[in-house]
Design a protein around this ligand. Structure first.
Ligand code: HEM
Length: 315
């Protein structure tokens, strides 16, 4: 049973630094009640499993975040629910579509090297494989100078330190879920042939930053449709932030070039507002031209409860 915590709950490592490697594993939980029991008992064992794999190369900085979708939350944990957990909200306009795709559980595994991420994913599947189906699995890598595959430095404006903490973690507004975080993921595929036909200047107007230096275009040079204009959200006169850890992925042999978008926020509202600005436009029609070259093929919203919550599951 869940009681209001009498101590400050420990968050999962949402604020872990960017790493060279990551695995994004999205699973659906099978309908049988045993499947839920398997996942529940796994929740309290996860921390120990991570510690065991982490210790094989402590310098690799292995972290793992487990997060849960809206529908499965009730099946796994019942009431109470995180106040703002709901199914992924789709946005659609013209040929742009932020799709919702199946997914109950998300594992976001990060480390300085892929082998240790791979090992943890293997061990997780060993434990819960019979209870789940795999909806999506992506291995991401850090590209030159923290660039995404469209060639721009990605992550510059991420909040740091205490600002990141305040942006990403649920506080007193939902006291039973303090220390948790809403995670939104989308897998994007880029049309690199079309993107590469653009001049560097045209690409810079789409992103709103210089390609080589990563420096922001001046207010007069940056069009209102720029990616870094539409993703700036101001509430009560203050800019509100999300915490991103995008990773490139792909298979050049198959012509697949992608960005796995992942963002943590203390409320899904902010990330959804950014999506609306990008896909529908602010004002409607003034949309993000990055979407003329990038297609979202998955979309999911999850809640990553505190580590304390996970350890207490099943007690
Ligand atoms: C900024 C790339 C999707 C939110 C940026 C920047 C790049 C970039 C290159 C500028 C550097 C930086 O500050 O990080 C991409 C790519 C995407 C993608 C390749 C997928 C195709 C998204 C989505 C959202 C988003 C879906 C939100 C729902 C942001 C935010 C900023 C940003 C908040 C910082 C804006 C600022 O404060 O200047 N992105 N992005 N991005 N992006 Fe994205």
């Amino acid at each position: 049973t869940l009681n209001a915590p009498d101590h400050v709950p420990l968050p999962q490592p949402v604020l872990a630094p960017l790493t060279r490697a990551a695995i994004f594993l999205v699973l659906t939980v099978k309908p049988e009640p045993e499947s839920c029991a398997t996942i529940r008992s796994f929740c309290s064992d996860l921390a120990g499993l991570i510690r065991a794999v982490e210790f094989r190369d402590i310098d690799a900085g292995l972290t793992c975040i487990a997060a849960f979708g809206s529908e499965v939350w009730n099946r796994l944990f019942g009431d109470p629910r995180p106040a703002e957990l709901h199914p992924f909200r789709e946005f659609r306009r013209g040929n742009r579509h932020a799709v919702a795709t199946p997914g109950d559980v998300l594992f976001h595994i990060r480390a300085g090297r892929m082998d240790i991420c791979f090992e943890l994913a293997t061990q997780i599947m060993e434990r819960i494989g019979d209870a789940v189906s795999v909806a999506d699995e992506v291995q991401g890598f850090r590209y030159f100078e923290d660039r995404d595959l469209i060639g721009f430095v990605d992550g510059t404006e991420n909040p740091r330190g205490s600002v990141a903490l305040g942006a990403a973690l649920v506080g007193e507004e939902d006291a039973l879920f303090t220390g948790g975080s809403y995670v939104l993921v989308q897998k994007y595929l880029h049309d690199m042939k079309a993107w590469n036909t653009l001049s560097t200047e045209a690409q810079e107007l789409i992103i709103g930053r210089k390609k080589l230096s990563g420096i922001e275009l001046s207010d007069t040079a940056k069009p209102p449709s720029a990616h870094t204009a539409l993703t700036v959200v101001v509430e009560n006169g203050k800019e509100v932030k999300i915490l991103r850890d995008n990773m490139p992925f792909g298979q050049p042999g198959r012509g697949e070039f992608g960005t796995y978008f992942i963002a943590y926020c203390r409320t899904p509202r902010i990330t959804e507002l950014m999506l609306e600005n990008m896909f529908v436009g602010r004002p409607p029609g003034n949309y993000d031209r990055l979407l003329d070259f990038s297609k979202a093929v998955t979309g999911g919203l999850f809640f990553a409860p505190s580590a304390t919550f996970l350890e207490d599951v099943g007690e």
